[in-house]
Each structure stands twice: as C-alpha cells, then as structure tokens.
Design a protein around this ligand. Structure first.
Ligand SMILES: [Zn+2]
Length: 480
C-alpha cells in the first residue's frame, strides 16, 4: 500500500448519523480505508467542513482504481480494475449470486483467468480481462491513482482531477433540452422520440392513466407500474437488454430518478469498440425497447433481449454510416447559397402552414398542417384530433407544434412556419408569456433548435383555407 492521504485530525461538525465509520482520531487513513469505510451518502444538511471531506472522498473514489495482485480484495462490480488509467466499472444488472464476488473468483488456483467463468459473468469484457496479468497468490491488490502513469497520488494531479471532475459533473448533471435532445447525434425521429418520452406524450400506462384513459397501467413484462423509467431502464427485461449493450461507463439509475436526469447521465455513456458506434446509443436502444414493447402488446410477438439490443445497435450503426453521405449533400447546398446571399434562397426553404378547428362543447380540436417545398420538394399533409383542448389558441398552438415535429421527422433543414393566429405568432416571436400556451411555446422553441433556419409568420385565413378544411374535417371525424 503505497498511496496515503493526510490524517484527518478534527472530527467534523455536523457528522452524519450512521452509515459511516471514521478511523480513530489522529490515526493515519490509508487509501484502502478511505475507499472502504467512507461510503457515506451525502446528507442534505451538513457543515461546510464535512462537505469538503466528502468532496475529497468522492474525488479519491472517482480516480482510484485497483491493480491486481491476487484479486482477493478487488470487488468485481464495485471497483475499477479492468483499466489502469481510467474509471471502468461495469453497467448492467448483476446476477444476485455474484453480487459479492471478488476478482479472485474469476481466477483459477494457478492464478490464470478462468475463461468460462469470465465469459459467463462478463461476456463483453472477457477479451480485455485476458490481457490483465494477475499477481502472485501472496501479492495483495493495491489502489492506484489512475490519472498519473506513476499511479502515485500528487497534489497537483489531485487538483487537475478535481477541476476535470467538476467540469464533468456540470456537464452530466443538468439536463439541457438543446444538448440532450435536439443536438443529440441521432436521427430527427429519435430526437422527437426522446422529446415524447420527456413530455410524457408516449402512450405508456402511467401517462394514459394521468390523462384519465382507463387502461392497463402495468408493464407487459413484469406487471410493475409502466412508467418511462421502468420501461426503458429499470424493468428486468430492459436491464437485460442494456446488459447486452457494451457500454464503456457505468450509468447509475434508480427507480425514483427523473427521466431528464437519466438522459443527462447517459451523456458520457458511449459504446465500446468494435461496435462501430461512436455517438449516443441511448435513443436507439430506448426506441428498440419501445417497438419491442408494442410488438408484444399489439401483435403478441416477443423479442429476446438479445434481439432488442441488436436491433438498437444496428439502427444506430446504419444511421451513423449513412451520415457520411447525407452530411456531404447537406454541406454542399448551404455553401453555394451562402456565397450568393446571406439568407437561403426562398425556393430552398420549406413552408409549413398549420390550422386548427375547435369545438367548445366537447373541448375537442382538429389539428392540421401542410408542409411543402424546399430542397427536399416535400408535399405532406398531416392531421389529428386532440381531446381536452381548453381554447382555440391552445388548438392553434398544438397544430403548429405538430407541424413542426413532422418537419423535424422529415429532416427539413430550413423552414417557414405560418399560422392565421396572430396572437400565437406574436407569442412565439416575442416570447410573450401567454399562460394558456406557455408550455407549448416552450416546446416550439426547443424543437426549433433542430433547424438550420426557421421563422414564424402570420398568414391570412384565405391563404390557409385548404389546411383549415382539413382541420374541420378531422374534427368532425369519420364517425360523426
Ligand atoms: Zn417491467
């Protein structure tokens, strides 16, 4: 044991109850003791001194790994031992019986790797593990300071690690609509899908019940309540799927987590080679879980966890491979435009006109939109009905938002949006606080960041008549 930290001399004020045992006062704390014994959770209220100690503790734990001797004191799932220079803990459900295993349980008596055992417990990592050399049976495992090649802690390196950890935690903890949804490196369809999960717009049991729709609110796989967190992360089936995805970093998820926090936490979770997936994998796996769930419910077709994971990974790979060509085509068009005028040629900009029809007594609305023109020469109409719509302006805002989502799905880069409701257009353009549609306006702003160019305009009803007709027809419905 070579790495040491300075003794803790003063007992901190606000010492939390339980969960933590300190070494006797004045004694020397070895790294081993720090990491093993300081596993206290952060109390919500505690002194500044205690907070600092916990921060230091977190810094140590976040940068210390284990170098293997006999593997007896290295815990397979809780310690970072597969890489010598970065944190590498395994994500995924841990078999109950294997919870407390140490690395020595993966070794044979003559200190070689037990290949079968490794493949059974850590199938995706067995090749990497084979490259590690365990020590002599008498050699104890040691803690190493991962940021430095010498593996010995220095104050300078500790400071650098603290700074970079701060940057990482800033970037991982706060959910950001633009960064975590609209600027994710995935297809527009996946962005809208993530958006729908966060907005509780997916017909999941929990969401349906909150809208007063009587339906089975339980998970088809395990009969637990069907929430987004459950379906995509916590459900034993989802965990089995994630276990098949070779993630490089650990992502900790608990039942009580908020979906936004989980999405933000996935920022650092990339796939290991040789999957060929260098960008985010989250939306693809979540999408694959969703389609599998629907197949199960509506067509009684059951996919295995392996199939669901493979589907997600191959969708991601296909999209990434296609980007090379799509990107080139896209880049060529704007460059030629930019050289002539600062604004894109109007002919290259698509147009979306939206309108809504609203029925006061039933509080139902018919929403319609029409997208035309642009580089992609699109001509697409869409419509839907929406219940529980409180006023005409809410209906108009919903119609515009639906048109916008369709435009994202069609991967339209530049668009002009028209509505005959001038209050709505003013609210969007001047970010006016209109209580009724506040949330929808926020959505519209967020979705707007998916376009290279977007503008919102008022248009007289005459010029939107065709869309108005579709909205009215939609509201009347086929069976009324
Ligand atoms: Zn379940």
């Amino acid at each position: 044991m070579s790495a040491m930290v300075r003794p803790l001399v003063n007992r901190p004020v606000g010492f939390p109850r339980g969960g933590l045992k300190l070494m006797p006062l004045g004694g020397v704390l070895t790294i081993d003791n720090v990491c093993k014994k300081l596993e206290a959770s952060n109390p919500s209220v505690c002194s500044h001194g205690w907070k600092s100690i916990l921060h230091g503790r977190d810094l140590l734990i976040g940068n210390f790994g284990k170098a293997l001797g006999n593997g007896c004191t290295t815990r397979i799932w809780k310690d970072s031992w597969i890489s010598l220079d970065q944190q590498f803990k395994r994500y995924g459900p841990i078999p109950e019986a294997a919870l407390d295993l140490t690395v020595s349980d993966l070794l044979t008596t003559d200190m070689n790797w037990n290949k079968n055992r490794n493949e059974e417990l850590l199938p995706n990592l067995s090749t990497q593990i084979q490259c590690l050399r365990p020590g002599h049976p008498e050699t104890e495992d040691i803690f190493i300071w991962q940021p430095l090649p010498s593996s010995v802690y220095s104050a300078r390196s500790g400071y650098c690690a603290a700074v970079s950890q701060k940057q990482t935690s800033c970037s991982t903890q706060t959910f950001d609509w633009i960064r975590d949804v609209w600027k994710q490196e995935c297809s527009p369809q996946m962005k809208v899908f993530l958006w729908s999960i966060i907005q509780k717009a997916l017909p999941l049991g929990e969401n349906l019940q909150s809208k007063g729709v009587r339906s089975e609110a339980v998970c088809i796989k395990c009969k637990e309540q069907e929430t987004a967190i459950h379906t995509f992360f916590i459900c034993p089936f989802a965990r089995e799927v994630w276990d098949k995805v070779p993630l490089k970093n650990v992502v900790h998820i608990a039942t009580g987590d908020n979906i936004k926090e989980v999405i933000a936490a996935f920022r650092t979770a990339c796939c290991l080679p040789p999957t060929g997936i260098s960008r985010t994998i989250l939306p693809w796996i979540v999408w694959s879980l969703w389609t599998a769930r629907n197949l199960h419910i509506f067509e009684n077709k059951v996919l295995s966890a392996e199939e669901v994971a493979t589907n997600g990974l191959s969708l991601a790979r296909e999209w990434i491979n296609a980007q090379g060509t799509v990107q080139r085509v896209r880049e060529e068009i704007p460059r030629s435009i930019k050289s002539k005028t600062p604004q894109a040629n109007p002919l290259l900009v698509s147009t979306c006109r939206s309108d809504a029809a609203w029925d006061k007594s039933s509080k139902r609305a018919g929403l319609a939109w029409s997208i035309t023109g642009g580089t992609l020469r699109i001509d697409r109409q869409g419509s839907l009905t929406e219940n529980h719509v409180s006023s005409p302006i809410v209906a108009e805002a919903l119609a515009l938002r639906s048109g916008l989502i369709t435009a994202v799905e069609l991967e339209i880069p530049r668009i002009r949006i028209f509505s005959d409701n001038s209050t709505l257009i003013r609210a969007i353009n001047f970010d006016m606080q209109t209580k009724e549609i506040f949330g929808i306006i926020r959505d519209i702003h967020r979705i707007s960041s998916a376009f290279i160019e977007i503008s919102f305009h008022h248009l007289s009803l005459d010029l939107i008549k065709d869309v108005d007709q579709i909205a009215k027809r939609t509201l009347r419905g086929p069976n009324v």
